[in-house]
Design a protein around this ligand. Sequence first.
Ligand code: GCW
Length: 679
Amino acid sequence: QDNGYDLWLKYDKIENQTIAKEYRDHLKSIVVQDADETTAIIKKELSLALKGLLGVAFEPSTFDSNINALVISKPENLPEDLKKSINTTKLEKDGFMIKAVTLSDKMHTLIIAKTNSGLLYGTFHFIRQLQQQKNIKNLEIVDNPQVDLRVLNHWDNLDRSVERGYAGFSIWNWHTLPDFIDQRYIDYARANASIGINGTVLTNVNSNALILTPLYLDKVKALAEVFRPYGIKVYLTARFSAPIEIGGLDTADPLDPKVINWWKTKTAEIYKLIPDFGGFLVKANSEGQPGPQNYGRTHLDGANMMASILKPHNGVVMWRAFVYSEHDPTDRAKQAYSEFIPDDGNYLDNVLIQVKNGAIDFQPREPFHPMFGAMPKTPLMMEFQITKEYLGFATHLVFLPKLFEEVLQSDTYQKGEGSTVAKVIDGSLHNKKITGMAGVANIGTDFNWTGHLFGQADLYGFGRLAWNPNLESATIAEEWLQLTFTTNKEFVEPIKKLLLNSRETVVNYMNPLGLHHIFDTGHHYGPGPWVSNLSRPEWNPVYYHKADDQGIGFDRSFTGSNAVDQYAPELAKKFGNIETCPEAYLLWFHHVPWEYKLKNGRTLWDNLGIKYQQGVDEVKGMIKTWEAMKPYVNSKQHKEVTMRLNIQLKEAIWWKDACMSYFKTFSKMDYPMEMEKPT
Ligand code: GCW
């Protein structure tokens, strides 16, 4: 029985005979031009797909204009007859074109790309059309990736534990590498390539420097070789103090010639093993990690030092902006902006600043990070978290592409109306030369890769949005459901709705109305708004909700921390005024009196209770909807999802009861009548 291992690459037989016949007629011969490692993968994928979907054995052939053909080729290698029928001016690097062409009564389907990776992406896209049983007669698609670096960040440690990983252990078996190549590595590369991911950072941003030692670099090389034909580059995290820890130096000062030299030699060593190595990802001076500030230097000094060394090798530095310290007691949300913005224009051109979607930390809802759009001269990469650290781990069902879409479609107003975050990320807002999107992976050794079966949708959606940040989450949901389960509308429609609502549901039962970071300490799983005894003030939930006898919420307006001022004037004004601030962000930006009336005429206190209750009720609704889906899902998977939904319901009630009874000690008001009282 299906155990979820195949992800969205399930090639089950197409039951609709009319469609299957039509496909078979159109795919009478398959022509793959070129012969190298990547085209070998393309052939293998096509043979798997055609056998599974249509029961057809795949025989590669040469082009014969008298037989309907699928032709996969770079423009210059196309058979002469076909060259005339295409126009490749819109085709960009790694993009692809799929076009149906009729030539003397025969119908040919062309997949054209300028690079091998492009051909592979085009092939996967074409197979998706078949899986979704789309009409292929008039296909005319040009699809170019809108973002250059589409990378996964694994927070995997060398002992195979995964920081914030909820799907088993790290899939990298460092012990048996480099000689043992686990089939998982190949399947991983295939799955990622199928959604356009072209880079992977193998190690945790918090991990030690051992990965940079020769023993481990040999293992990294082995993985890089598996990934290469799939168009995936390997990157590593570079611990800033590596020159001390593995280099025997007494400093890691980025301006010290010994240190510079150490990084130069190390980098050359890596490129000798892995000529297409992608570069470094760095977490510096954040949460106790070492960095240039330990030596009185800046992020700029650190990033540029590494970038200048990587430059001749065509490598990049992805320097994280997730920085905050206990020394700025007023508002942690402001620190990254203050530290990075002044250096806009001073970073070397192979530095990307990697910015989390919001200014705090992957909360169920945050306003977009004010750095987006505010560094016109510096490439800013998005960092999303695909693993659900603050959204119920791999236990709760929450469809993240909806969250990603909300962030990407937010308007920064940095170049007037319409300056969306998506335009910052795809580089179009300020003509960026290099662009990127990173996702903290939710992959582990669990059979189905992601623990919760529906976690696969988050991975899928991340890849699709990294390719095109303007894709709609509804489109992604529909695609994923059709590929993973069935094209039957009776299933797809209700479950699509369930997916699209699930994000608001988790916000309702965890962090409604702009509440944030009220999770229990360390693990960040359940509620812990009362926690106040941690050593660093900004780790305590009470720092964020600031509930007192008057009200609740963090005043980031002009009267408070003034974090609103980091946004464009239009937004600073809107967010900064309690009357115009969207209710979804109310307690993010304001300390609001308990009795304050919201748009529905009810008090803030009542609204909190109503939202928490709504979250609980919505999970009940999800359970009901899922229950009715039994006929469409295999019984094992159906049962597993049901069990997780039941936990989700229990915990939604836990969140409601814990938070409301704690906040009641301040508000001293009665629960609204809509809310089921804590027992
Ligand atoms: O949210 C915090 C996480 C840490 C993580 C850190 C970061 C990798 O709780 O586990 O460390 O963010 O993003 O650096």
